[in-house]
Ligand binder design. Structure first.
Ligand code: MV4
Length: 449
């Protein structure tokens, strides 16, 4: 087992990893930018080291500085958290070249899943159901039209190098295709420096359902059910729950087994998420994320496992501490993402937090790096905390969420807490009756944005 791990991240996820390290008797090293000298992850880690100025491009994304920090502190492994360098194949490769373990999958698996066409081809070859679409990229408008006519309208054009919703265009008819194709291509070129696009059948009212998988790198893998993450605004998740309100045990076992077998077959190591659109009883693969996700705590809650601990175990060559037969769902969990944002426009509002009081009690988990007197720097993501609740069933979890939100105090800045009080009052949220468009429609009706 590693003696010392460096966490190449900040905020609540850095704390999450430091906590797992401490329980495992592993020393932790925090890295930070000059803007984060007073950050909680720096205080909580056993050691810390400054890796650059405030902009993430010069600090949390600075591979050479992070590798130097490992060498200076003697860290044998790096946990990347989510975002930043967590899905950067060349970073994983560079660490390996320096004899440092990347706590995550191989550079090759990161690369395959980072390219949306190879990801889809790989998924399909492994028996995962995919959205009907063009086989690979479409080179020109004629090829696009031919593919679209084969699939049937409406279609969606996506960037091969995209992900997270950037560079997508919908064409409802043949007339709309040319414009959509040209716009998607030029946006892809601008955003990713790669103008390759592919085409899929456009699903009109799906849910976003993602399957948590976990492999040991030696041909064994399990699934830990699904999360329903359909409530999103501008491709940012807002509210996540497990199990999914629309998913039956039979469907879970079927799609879960398919995903676990697929990742076992490629000797996948560590945590992964297979993302699907779910409509009318069918799952359609869209992407795979090769990292620990923000919303992993809802899965941890219902299965009673520590996913970060398992990531560290398998990265060090140990076996996972559980198999599929040990995994049984217990109750229901919900996460809400607390952002430093002001309604109605969700404008980021960093600033000084006067008072911070985290809720507690049975079935309540608050993952946050806030403290009273802390100044949220303006340079990074607006996520300032995650409130996760667990109950024996969905109604109990919903009641607990409402109660816990009422206890949460974040004074001095605006946050998304009022949004959740409003959302919880909506019958469709209470009933779990929503899809990927519900939140944006509701926001448009409520705030006109
Ligand atoms: C789609 C789709 C409909 N049909 N693909 C958006 C982000 C990226 N991960 C995939 N996305 C979508 N792909 C087909 N074939 C609709 C979306 C989509 C979406 C997906 C998940 C959650 C929120 C979304 C909001 C708008 C569009």
């Amino acid at each position: 087992m590693f003696e010392k791990i460096l966490i190449a991240n900040r905020g609540e996820i850095a704390l999450r990893v430091i906590r797992a390290c401490r329980e495992m008797g592993i020393k932790s090293v925090a890295v930070h930018s000059t803007a984060d000298s007073d950050a909680m992850h720096v205080r909580m880690a056993d050691e810390s080291i400054c890796i650059g100025p405030a902009p993430s491009s010069e600090s949390y994304l600075n591979k050479a500085a992070i590798i130097s920090a490992c060498e200076i502190t003697g860290a044998q492994a790096v946990h990347p958290g989510y975002g930043f360098l967590s899905e950067n194949a060349s970073f994983a490769q560079a660490l390996e070249d320096h004899g440092i373990t990347f706590i995550g999958p191989s550079a090759e698996h990161i690369r395959i899943m980072g390219d949306k066409i190879t990801a889809k081809e790989t998924a399909k070859a492994l028996g995962i159901p995919v959205v009907p679409g063009s086989d690979g990229g479409v080179a020109d408008f004629e090829a696009a039209m031919k593919a679209a006519e084969g699939i049937g309208f409406p279609v969606i054009i996506k960037a091969t190098a995209g992900g997270g919703g950037r560079g997508m265009k919908v064409a409802k008819s043949a007339e709309e295709l040319e414009m959509a194709f040209r716009t998607a291509r030029s946006e892809a070129k601008n955003a990713f420096g790669n103008d390759e696009v592919y085409i899929e059948k456009y699903l009109q009212k799906p849910r976003h359902i993602e399957i948590q998988v976990f492999g040991d790198g030696k041909g064994n893998a399990v699934h830990l059910g699904e999360r329903d993450c359909s409530l999103q605004r501008r491709h940012q998740k807002v509210f996540e729950e497990a199990p999914g309100p629309a998913i039956t045990p039979k469907m879970r076992a079927e799609i879960g087994t398919i995903c676990a077998n697929a990742v076992a077959k490629i000797n996948y190591i560590g945590a992964g998420t297979v993302e699907f659109l779910y409509e009318d009883g069918n799952f359609y693969f869209i992407e795979m994320n090769t990292r620990l996700q923000v919303e992993h705590p809802v899965t941890e809650y219902i299965f009673g496992v520590d996913l970060v601990r398992e990531q560290i175990r398998v990265a060090s060559g140990m076996e996972m501490s559980f198999g599929q037969d040990d995994l049984e769902i217990n109750g229901h969990a919900i996460e809400v993402r607390i952002n430093a944002e002001k309604l109605p426009n969700f404008a980021p509002c960093p600033g000084k937090v006067r008072t911070f009081h985290a809720p507690g009690g049975l079935g309540v988990r608050m993952d946050s790096a806030l403290y009273g007197g802390y100044s949220i720097p303006p340079h990074y993501d607006s996520l300032i905390g995650k409130l996760i609740v667990h109950g024996r069933d969905r109604p109990e979890a919903m009641a607990r969420l409402k109660r816990a939100l009422g206890e949460l105090i974040i004074d001095g800045i605006d946050s998304s807490v009022p949004l959740f009080h409003m959302l919880l009052a909506e019958p469709e949220i209470q009933n779990g009756d929503y899809n990927i468009h519900w939140l944006e429609k509701w926001l448009a009706a409520k705030f006109g944005n």
